[in-house]
Design a protein around this ligand. Structure first.
Ligand code: FAD
Length: 397
């Protein structure tokens, strides 16, 4: 059987694209190598701007029933300073505030919805090779965890396999210098003393992070730390798990985190990933469409990656569906070029703003100079959140 679309990766980007295409009547195959539910390095916050998309794809109610409390304030925990300011409220939206949901729940919710819409999901299967045959169709070799292999054929292929692991496609494999020197960590804590409506940015020597109330009364703490600082943490606390040594380092330099975790206990194990690869890549390469992190990603301190992944998938699905009656190679090529340009237009600001914030957050002298100013004008935090995409919904026309 020849599918209309083959999607590699069943995370937020892949599942959203699969669902929207399947709902439009496309025959869609998704290949996902991990067994769901699974936890993932991620702060788990989802911007209010993405909640209408949740409704559109039919998971809005399930999300509302399971996500953590509404997040109405953005904060800054740095040195001895703890600041807070209102998050921009996108008043045009029916849901006004972003919330967090564990990736073990969110990713399962989205992929199950894609299956209900008609997508065929191969899981846990890995895409190991993709090539084009003489008719121009994509042929993907997939391998199951149990050892079986199979060939899937489709008219178009979409890469949605994220950016932190090894790339399936040699031509998309990044050069070493494209990686940042940031390693990401994430854990859940219970019994945290963090206000439920507050999502603080954590600034500490050699890195940054975030905390937010997620589902089931848990708080997610996620962060990125430079490799040299991580090495120092490991030397200071050699008997500790790397994640514990990092959180110890954060608590030593960040009063707000220390106070929030005073009575907290680690819920589950630390996860790590990286080095991460922030930056804009491309939405279209050699006939292949790219969505989510593999197309481009912001520095995680703005907590927009899931939103960008899902909104980018929505953009691609709309453009593909609009053009479904003309799928000649030339038409696909022009659509790909147009989609890649639109992707850049919609997400460029978020990626650039996040790069600037991350650069500043990791310069202790800049932080020391900026803190008194932000303390006097906390609206700077609201403005920063607006610049990073939390103020307005994407309008794809
Ligand atoms: C520290 C940190 C904190 C963050 N916090 C937030 C936050 O609070 N809010 C937010 O919105 N974003 C956050 N992000 C970013 C967010 O996690 C990502 O942007 C998001 O997961 C991207 O979604 P995706 O679908 O593109 O990729 P992924 O979520 O990585 O999904 C890709 C999927 O592809 C599968 N896959 C990979 N290779 C193959 C293969 N060969 N064959 C089959 N399947 C394959 C993987 O198993 C995976 O399930 C954070 C990131 C970090 C590092």
């Amino acid at each position: 059987m020849t599918h209309d679309a083959l999607i590699i990766g069943g995370g937020p980007a892949g599942a959203t694209a699969a669902l929207l295409l399947a709902r439009a009547g496309w025959s869609v195959a998704v290949i996902e190598k991990a067994v769901f539910p699974r936890r993932k390095v991620c702060g788990e916050f989802i911007s209010a701007t993405t909640l209408p998309l949740f409704d559109e794809i039919g998971v809005g109610e399930a999300f509302s029933n399971n996500a953590g409390p509404e997040v109405r304030r953005v904060g800054l925990f740095a040195n001895d300073t703890t600041l807070a300011a209102p998050l921009p409220s996108p008043t045009a939206l029916s849901h006004r505030w972003g919330r967090a949901l564990g990736r073990e729940h969110l990713d399962l919710l989205l992929l199950e919805a894609a299956v209900r819409a008609g997508a065929r999901v191969w899981q846990p299967w890995s895409a190991i090779e993709l090539r084009r045959n003489e008719t121009g169709h994509y042929v993907c070799n997939i391998a199951s965890r149990q050892g079986g292999t199979k060939e899937l054929i489709a008219r178009i292929a979409i890469a949605a396999h994220g950016s932190w692991g090894r790339s399936v496609f040699s031509w998309l494999a990044p050069k070493a210098e494209r990686y940042s020197d940031l390693i990401a960590f994430k854990a859940h804590f219970s019994d945290c003393d963090l206000p439920t409506d507050l999502m603080p940015l954590l600034v500490f020597p050699g890195g940054y992070g975030g905390m937010v109330h997620s589902d089931s009364g848990r708080v997610s703490l996620s962060c990125c730390i430079r490799t040299d600082e991580l090495t120092r943490c490991r030397q200071l606390w050699p008997s500790q798990h790397a994640g514990n040594s990092v959180v110890q380092h954060i608590q030593n330099s960040c009063l707000g985190v220390c106070q929030s975790l005073r009575h907290a206990t680690l819920d589950g194990v630390w996860l790590s990933a990286g080095p991460i690869r922030p930056g804009i890549r491309t939405g279209f390469s050699k006939g292949l469409f790219l969505v989510g992190n593999i197309a481009g990603e912001a520095q995680p301190l703005i907590a927009e990656g899931i939103s960008m992944a899902m909104q980018g998938a929505q953009l691609l699905a709309r453009r593909l569906i609009d053009q479904q009656n003309d799928m000649t190679p030339d038409a696909i090529h022009s659509l790909g070029v147009k989609y890649a340009a639109e992707w850049k237009e919609f997400f460029d600001m978020r990626v650039r703003a996040s790069a600037t914030f991350a650069y500043l957050a990791m310069r202790p002298k800049v932080v020391a100079m900026a803190l008194p100013v932000i303390a006097r004008i906390p609206g700077i935090l609201t403005f920063g959140a607006r610049l990073s995409g939390k103020g307005a919904m994407a309008d794809f026309g």
